[in-house]
Design a protein around this ligand. Structure first.
Ligand code: SF4
Length: 378
């Protein structure tokens, strides 16, 4: 047993299927087949076992952890089961542990929102930008764009009496061919409280969509343009990834996966109760998110597991190991990126991020922009 392991996030996959079929999705369209044999929705015995284990975890560790309900599409479990599970979690943990749902927004209804409001659970919606950009990849099983349905869900969310608590903002996957200024203005028009941006999944062996070569900087250039728009806005829409990077650049610390050099503890509980590694690893190779000796949450051994050698090795995987990263002047900001972005057939995860050139480009520009900002405002 390793000494006092701490979790930051418990990600729970309530449903193994999705009501849409984003073409870039790591779960269904990047080589992993685990979902095909998985039960479609989490059962009540699994939910009861999770509540019990998380109560033990809360008693055991010093720091609070966040709970993120994910999928597939988590709202596919329906209002009744969602209420059952959220009430169970709140009865077990009280109100101090943040619970959020990451959804594509299509199944948001006033009934779902009432349940979330009652159980102090916020909702973040995935949307990639204006119609033309969102509908490029975020499509339904009928191959049609999902933009109108998502906007409808966001409007229902915005009109709920408890929207200020419920609305946890937007999550967008970057399309470097889009106009960052237009994307930013569009999200401001949606009156989102904040937005976070993700780099697309991919690695050294399968380049992310929109990246032409390992040393190309399409994503870094896109982010730099976004940063300029952001810094010039007197009434900015908070952008989490940029705020976190700026905070570290100015001497602070951030405990977030794929950023900085602090350890970040996350477990994924799959729909059938099996404990998994971060599910984005599925994009590296089939089964990359599985532990060698996995446990099921119903075994009641979560604490033993997060204290085990195998879990400790998984946590250590997050630490950058490539020589270039270890000598990198911006290691404290970049942290070597997300584990999935480091994969390369042959050298496995012992590499820089596939976004290394993008990160160097962005942080260099960030430094220059911040120095100018200080000079102007000195
Ligand atoms: S910028 Fe590149 S070398 Fe530096 S830490 Fe990030 S991935 Fe590693």
């Amino acid at each position: 047993m390793f000494h006092n392991p701490q979790l930051d996030t418990v990600l729970i996959k309530l449903a193994s299927r999705c009501n849409i079929n984003c073409s870039y999705c790591y779960v269904y369209n990047m080589g992993d087949s685990n979902w095909t044999t998985m039960e479609k929705q989490m059962t009540e015995p699994t939910m009861l076992a999770i509540a019990k284990s998380l109560t033990e975890l809360a008693d055991f560790q010093d720091q609070r952890f966040s709970i993120v309900l994910h999928g597939g599409e988590p709202l596919l479990i329906g209002a009744k089961k969602l209420d059952f599970f959220l009430s169970l979690l709140r009865n077990s943990l009280g109100v101090d542990y943040p619970i959020s749902i990451q959804t594509n927004g299509i199944l948001i209804s006033s009934q779902i929102l009432d349940i979330c409001s009652k159980n102090k659970t916020s909702i973040a919606v995935s949307i990639d930008g204006y119609r033309e950009i969102n509908d490029k990849f975020r499509i339904g099983h009928n191959n049609k764009g999902t933009f109108d349905q998502v906007i409808n869900g966001i409007n229902i969310l915005k009109s709920h009496p408890d929207h200020e608590f419920l609305n946890a903002g937007l999550l967008a996957v970057i399309d470097p061919s889009s106009d960052p200024e237009k994307i930013y203005s569009f999200f401001k028009e949606l009156e989102a409280p904040s937005v976070d941006f993700l780099y697309k999944d991919g690695n050294h062996s399968i380049l992310p969509l929109g990246k032409s070569a390992i040393d190309s900087t399409e994503y870094g250039e896109w982010m730099t343009k976004l940063l300029k728009v952001y810094l010039n806005d007197k009434n900015p829409l908070p952008i989490r990834i940029l705020d976190d990077m700026l905070k570290v650049l100015l001497g602070g610390t951030v405990s977030k996966e794929g950023m900085g050099i602090t350890d970040y503890g996350i477990v994924i509980i799959d729909t059938n109760g099996i404990i998994m590694k971060n599910d984005t690893l599925k994009s590296s190779f089939d089964g990359a998110d599985k532990f060698k000796k996995p446990i099921n949450i119903k075994d009641g051994k979560l604490l033993d597991f997060i204290g085990s050698k195998e879990f400790n090795e998984y946590r250590e995987m997050q630490r950058p190991s490539s020589e270039k990263c270890l000598r990198c002047p911006i290691l404290n900001i970049c942290g070597g990126g997300m584990i999935l972005h480091r994969w390369k057939d042959g050298s496995e995860f012992n590499n820089t991020s596939v976004y290394c050139a993008d990160q160097l480009h962005l942080v260099e520009n960030m430094k220059q922009l911040i120095s100018k900002f200080y000079l102007i405002n000195a």
